[in-house]
Structure formats: C-alpha cells, structure tokens
Design a binder for this molecule. Sequence first.
Ligand code: ADP
Length: 466
Amino acid sequence: MIRSFRLRITAWYLAFFSLLFVLFGIFLYGVLSNALESRLDETLSSQASTAASLFQDELVEMQGDVPKAASEAVSEMRLQGSTVAIFDGNHMLAASAPVPHPGFEAIAAQASAASNPEVVLPVPHFGRNGARAAVHRMTAAAAPAGPSYLILAVEPLDSIAASLQVVRRVLFFGLPFLLALAGIGGYWLTTRSLAPLTWMAEQAHKITGSNLETRLSIGNAADELAVLAASFNELLSRLDQSFESMRRFVADASHELRTPISVIRGEADVSLSHDRAAGEYKESLSIILDESRRLSRLVDDLLNLARADAGYVRLQPQDFYFNDLLADCCRSVQALASARNIELEWRCAGDVPFRGDEELLRRLVVNLLDNAIRYTPPGGKVSAILEARGPDVRIRVADTGIGIGADAAPHVFERFYRADKARSRADGGFGLGLAIVKWIAESHNGAVELSSQPDSGSVFTVTLPR
Ligand code: ADP
C-alpha cells in the first residue's frame, strides 16, 4: 500500500493512462491493418479486371490464339509486388512472374468454385505472411458459350506485415517512454497542486491554545482547498470562542469565590487578633457561617454548570404533577416573600401531569420565584401561573419589580451576568441563577423567554414540551 498521497495519485494516473494508451494502440493497429488490406484488395481487383479487358482485346486481335493472347495481355500489365496469371480451368495459360508460386493452382481451384465472377480471397498458406488474391472470371466475347477463364491478381502480405511491424515496434517501445513522461508530469502536477495543503499543514502546526486567534492564510489556493481552509478557520473560531468563554468562566468563578473567602478570613483574623467577649465570637461565627453557606451554594452551582457543560448530568425523568410542584415551590418561598412584604400568588388550571427531572424543574421554578421576590420592592406582587397548552406546559413567573433594561435583557441568561451588581450581590446572587434556569429548560428541550419593562416588572416564561 502506497502511503504517499502524491505517489498514490500518480500511480492511479499512470494506470489509467497506460490502459488508455494500450486501448488506443489496439484501436490504431486494427484500423491501420484494415485500411492497408482493403487498399490492397482494391488494387488487386482493379489489376484483375484490367488484365481481363486486355485479355479480351488480345483474344480478338490474336483471332483465337488463346495462349498467345494470354501472354500478351499479361506482359502489358505494369505491376509492383503483385503477380497476374490467366487460367483456363486448372491450366495456367500465362503469368506475369517468370516462376509463379505453386499456390496459384490451388487459388484457381478455390476461385473456380466461387459463384461470383469477381472475388477477393485471403490466401493464408502463401509465403511467410499469407497473401490476398483478386479473381476475375470471364468468357471470350467472341465465344460466350466457350470456356471460362480465370484472371488472378495475387500479392503476398509481406509489405503490409512489414509496415504493421514498424507500427507495433513504435507502440511497444513508445509505451514505456510515454509512461515515464506521464509519470514525471503527473508527479510534478500533484506536487504542485498539493503544495498549498502542505503550506496549510505547516501553518496549522503552529496554532496552539495560546494563539487560537490565528487563522490559516488561504492565498490563491484552488477552490477546493480554500473551502478546506475556510472550514478549518471556522473550527478555529468556534474553538477560540469556547476557549474564551471557558477562560472567562474560570476568571469569573475565581473572582466570585474570592469575596466570601476573604470575608471569612477577615472575620477569623479580626476575632483571633485578641481576646473577645463570647457575644463577639458568636457574631463573627455567624458571619462566617453565612459566608460559608454562600460559598457552598456557589460551589454547587458551579459544579452543576460544569457538569452540564461536560455532558455528565443525566436527567432522571419521572412522572409527577406540575401543579403540585409549582404549589410546593411557592410555599417554600412564601416566607421570603412575606418577609419582604410581597404578595405571592399562584394559579394552575387543574392537574398537569408531566414527565421530567423533578429535582431540576423544582430548581428552575425556585430560581425564577427567588429572583422575582428579590428584585421586587416591598408592597409589590409576584405571580406564578401554570398553563397546559396543547403539547406544551408553560410556566409564567411575573413580578411588579424593578424590571430589566433593554441593554441588559439579552445578557441575563449569561453566566455571572448581573444587571444590578450591587443589589444582586447584597442579596446573595452570583449571576448564575438564570444560566441554570436556561440550561434546565433546554435540557428538557424547552426554552425560556423574558419580557420586561424597567420599573414596571418582568415576566419569565418557560415552555416545556410534554
Ligand atoms: P443573580 O444571582 O444575580 O440574581 P441571575 O442569573 O438569577 O443572577 O440573574 C441575572 C441578573 O438578571 C440579575 O443580576 C438581575 O440583575 C437580573 N434579574 C433576574 N431576574 C430579575 C427579575 N425578576 N427582575 C429584575 N431583574 C432580574
């Protein structure tokens, strides 16, 4: 098996070329030998009929002296390579050659059996290469009922065989020469056409994680290779983007982790700096506990998103009633809403059976309710509505809160994005809640939409196919 692409293409090209050359040689040889033979046949036919008409004239002139007329007629012929002979039955009257070939008699016998007055015969057993013979049968015009004569024009195929041998030699010795030329040409052509590929490979070789923004230069490569380079460049762009978002994720995550850790360290440092009253230790420990809880929530969220990215999270679908789930979630945040003096109401139109990962969907609803309560000022209202429409289940969480500006709306589902940084952080948010909502909705083949007016509230709508 040839490993080199260049050699492989050249080999295929050569194989194809040789086949073509051999077929062409056979065709050419066939056409040539046919043409030479039919030209010979025509010449012999015309020689035979010329000799016949001369013989006819001589018969009149010699007044019936048949042998004389025959030898006169034959001697008047101008011949090159061929021999003309006149037969009376099986008896040769005259021949243009001094010593005619003994095969002539046999040809005459064969020809007299033929029904046509004019025939052209192959004579295989004649000399080295066989011969062709044209035969003309006639009777004397003066005695139509008299004997019939045969006029033979015979020529051995030696000169045709010699010409064909030259052609055979040319073809035979030309083949290796042409193949060598074609091979060199083919190899040169493939090398030339593959050069951009080598050049692209060299460029690709230099691209690593640290210079993913580099692109392959296409130059004036052929269209097919330009397509390859363009696809490779698109792949690089996608890789670059996902590398970039990974880098950002890690940077954001470290940044978020730093705050609670420095609070914990600071509290511990201050508490341990000198002896304090029990109340002060208690206060510090409760701050440390709060921050640790925050920290573990953040780590949980990060872990979940990282697992989701890596495709490790397997949904655990089960059958449940979505109306029960919504009611449970609303009850669990009721205390938070009351503490903030926010009215919380929920509505479902009867039983809504659903199959999905109950734990994750609970998380989705709680995240939306939690946000709605946190971003709604006291005295506001949060409502959760569950609808079963056709093949979909729709959960709408609406609030009368601060709303989201048009510039922030496209980003709220991004990781670590916060429209209102100070408020979000003060409320313990990391900017991961909606990213998790989006991921859960999408992993159930659903989607989440936001419609919001700054200062008059937001509505998050999750649509999940059943
Ligand atoms: P966070 O933990 O900061 O709340 P989220 O991913 O849940 O993170 O939300 C991203 C940002 O979207 C929030 O920081 C907030 O600015 C905005 N946001 C989310 N929900 C609401 C809402 N119901 N009303 C107003 N703004 C919201």
